[in-house]
Design a protein around this ligand. Structure first.
Ligand SMILES: Cc1ncc(COP(=O)(O)O)c(C=O)c1O
Length: 405
């Protein structure tokens, strides 16, 4: 059996099993990924025998923890093809976008300027810009989607003007699994002098990232969707942009000198990391990256694309299912069972030991565009296999019987 067979992979995830030893059919990885034992072990060690604060301690354990913490930053940098001085630890993607809005956005945008987002954005890539609009008077435009649910870059090109200072798009839709051509998008944004922010929450676990090649200016993602812990994420910003960004949260660790008259600030990522950092979480994130890198993002992507496409085939065989999103989804399948609310479907599937997501997926404007209030969503991780799809299809059949459709 290959070390990366789905059986072997599932065995590494304590969260993928029920108490009676049967497999749990977890199909909600787009919300959050289960954690491999390697990540759990790394966080337990960091919280136990290795635990100490970072940066300030004069004793050996703290110095070692500081080395581990900064090594985690280098690990992240290598994972995304960036320099460590460009990697800011945040609480997650949401905080990363808010950080950009509250620092770069607040300092650089004003009434008359415009931001371009898209119809498929997660609320965390909509609301921070609306809050910024309230403070600065900046205008927000919304780029439409193609028929199959990708961001329409021809439309984006037609909409962009020199008034646009920022384009903020998702790399991968958390509802549809459609993938943005980031390099092309960067050329379009830069052609009018706009910066490009990419929400990479759903891309980081599936696509090998290289910041230099992508050409964007800001990139955010969350560790918990990448088989790592909650409570930590990454904001990558181009070095020269980061250098010009004013601080956001004030406190310890982000300063150079403090007097009652005047404070000067640290340079680099530390300027944006006020307070004791997420030490355990950073170590856990580095362990997750190591684990995922050992398998390979190409393997992850191929595996999840295959499962999404297999599920799509199964769903298309039925005449009572509406499918959303492109045929080549990268691992996320949204659908509706005609006559059954997604919440009812989710509840009945749960009785069968199958966990899907039902709801608006923090993308209410996209739901309005699709003409629904909610969808059912199955999303895959490295630990899933075809038996999960079988269990889901059996559950759908049972739901149909219960509803006597
Ligand atoms: C595309 C996308 N953007 C942003 C987020 C927000 O991530 P977090 O809640 O980890 O900050 C999510 C999480 O669901 C997401 O899928």
């Amino acid at each position: 059996m290959s070390p990366h067979s789905s059986e072997n992979l599932r065995a590494q995830f304590p969260g993928m099993w029920n108490l009676d030893g049967s497999p749990w059919r977890y199909l909600d990885t787009a919300a959050t990924a289960q954690k491999p034992q390697a990540v759990i072990n790394a966080t337990v060690r960091a919280m136990g025998v290795n635990y100490a604060t970072v940066h300030r301690g004069v004793y050996a354990r703290s110095a070692e923890m500081t080395l581990g913490f900064e090594a985690a930053r280098r690990r992240v940098a290598a994972f995304i093809g960036a320099h460590e001085d460009e990697v800011v630890f945040t609480r997650g993607a949401t905080e990363g976008i808010n950080l950009v809005a509250n620092t770069w956005g607040q300092a650089n945008l004003q009434a008359g300027d415009r931001i371009l987002i898209s119809t498929l954005e997660h609320h965390s890539n909509i609301v921070p810009w609306q809050l910024l609009r309230e403070r600065t008077g900046v205008a927000i435009d919304v780029c439409p989607l193609t028929a199959d649910g990708s961001i329409d870059l021809d439309a984006a090109q037609a909409m962009l003007t020199p008034a646009h200072k920022l384009v903020a798009f998702s790399h991968v839709s958390n509802v549809l699994g459609s993938v943005l051509h980031v390099e092309h998008c960067a050329r379009l944004a830069h052609a009018v002098g706009a910066k490009l922010l990419i929400d990479g929450c759903q891309a980081a676990p599936r696509i090998k990232l290289d910041m230099a090649a992508l050409g964007c200016d800001f990139y955010v993602f969350s560790a918990h969707k990448l088989y790592g812990p909650t409570g930590i994420g990454v904001l990558w910003a181009r070095a020269e942009i980061l250098a010009g960004m004013p601080p956001w949260h004030g406190g310890g660790a982000m300063i150079d000198t403090v007097t009652f008259e005047k404070t000067t600030f640290a340079s680099g990522p530390q300027r944006f990391e006020a307070g004791t950092p997420m030490i355990i979480e950073a170590i856990g994130l580095a362990a997750a990256i190591e684990w995922l890198d050992a398998i390979g993002l190409d393997v992850a992507q191929q595996h999840e694309r295959k499962l999404a496409s297999r599920l799509r085939e199964e769903l298309m065989r039925r005449n009572d299912v509406t499918l959303f999103g492109p045929a080549d989804s990268i691992g996320i399948t949204s659908f509706a069972l005609v006559g059954v609310h997604p919440h009812d479907l989710g509840t009945i599937l749960d009785e069968e030991g199958v966990a899907i997501r039902a709801g608006h997926h923090c993308a209410q404007p996209l739901m309005a565009h699709l003409g629904v209030s909610a969808t059912a969503r199955a999303s895959f991780g490295l630990y899933n296999d075809e038996t999960d799809i079988e269990a889901l299809m059996n559950g759908i059949e049972r739901t149909r019987r219960i509803f006597a459709l």
